[in-house]
Design a protein around this ligand. Sequence first.
Ligand code: ARG
Length: 461
Amino acid sequence: ERVALWGGRFATGPADALAQLSKSTDFDWRLARYDLAASRAHARVLSRAGLLGEGDLTGMIEALDELERRVVAGEFLPAQDDEDVHSAMERGLMEIAGPELGGRLRAGRSRNDQIATFGRMYLRDHSRVVAGLLLDTVEALIAQAASHPEASMPGRTHLQHAQPVLLAHHLLAHAWPLLRDVARLVDLDQRLAVSPYGSGALAGSSLGLDPQAVAEELGFVDSVENSIDGTASRDVFAEYAFVAAMIGVDLSRLSEEIILWATKEFSFVTLDDAFSTGSSIMPQKKNPDVAELTRGKSGRLIGDLTGLLATLKAMPLAYNRDLQEDKEPVFDATDTLELLLPAFTGMVSTLVFDVERMEHLAPRGFALATDVAEWLVREGVPFRVAHELSGEAVRLAEGRGVELWDLTDDDYAGISEHFTPAVRDVLTTHGSIDSRSAKGGTARSAVARQLENARTEAARL
Ligand code: ARG
């Protein structure tokens, strides 16, 4: 006969099919140590409320410590009949402390407030791990930017050559969103740091237990104001899943670029052998699998978020068993990022850029046409007219299959009297880049300041 935590009012145990459906130990076992930490805190509040004698408290704590030792050593494992990690921990406690003492711990708590609390504890721990790994990625980008202070590349909009930019500027453009993702994880901790423990099944505890004391012992900043909210809401889980999905999306954009840059056509980067793979049939292949897996896994991270939101949608208060589905999405998102980020960081830090090729292509495709128009504006020409005249120069050059700097002084003079030979001053990549020196621009001076600010922000987070 199967023993559940709720046997009393039932004449028979659950059907096998239900037991299989109901079981969550396959995925919630990773919460075992949070369960045990909360049980120790709970034993202390029971004792302070006069519901557990001094000797019983000591015995209880010792038994919980022993159970933790067995869990960590892999000696205590989920059994066939354990419904979830909480039932299993109670079974373990009874085995060690005996049914009389072990059976006292459940007073005043419910798996509903337990699970809501442990999920938050797990997310607090892992948001720190993920943030740390992401800062490693940011540091790899900053290091690549710092070692290429001069290199230029074609800046693109619509994937077409737009204006030359510094490679460092482009790399840092990928670092800032990741820094914001880290900031999001840090910010989320304020909301994760509120403990639902003591909410009971939904209405709170009648046994004079102190939720605040448990919260403090478990490292929370506060306990919830509302026990229904405490047991029923998972918005903080969804927020974590969002940040994870956002990280995936941010990484996928750099991944896509690296995949393009590594093609024969671009030839902007070479991937390190340690961060690329070969083909089982084509001997010459060197594939950007880290970037591709990142791009692929970003889809999975989005799926974790949307799956969780769909579970939460229209769910009435308070706890419903649907909420058991809250864990796999955030666990999967965590496992995915913890697996992905070290490989991604390794790939980024070992990228070798062909700076000569990038430099060569930076001004091509008439990428200095804006500089020509802006030069005319400085000569007093209205921008509308300047845009038109620069466009005519592009048309002329394109027709001849040459670049803007290949047109002669006469060609320019033929387009408009506003053009003088001095226009050539702006027809260089570095002239164009260094003219954009205001905050946020791509000039070497501005990017050097930006790099320092990125370092400061990374160190602050
Ligand atoms: N294992 C459940 C969960 O993950 C907690 C158990 C609550 N069960 C219940 N019947 N109220 O959400």
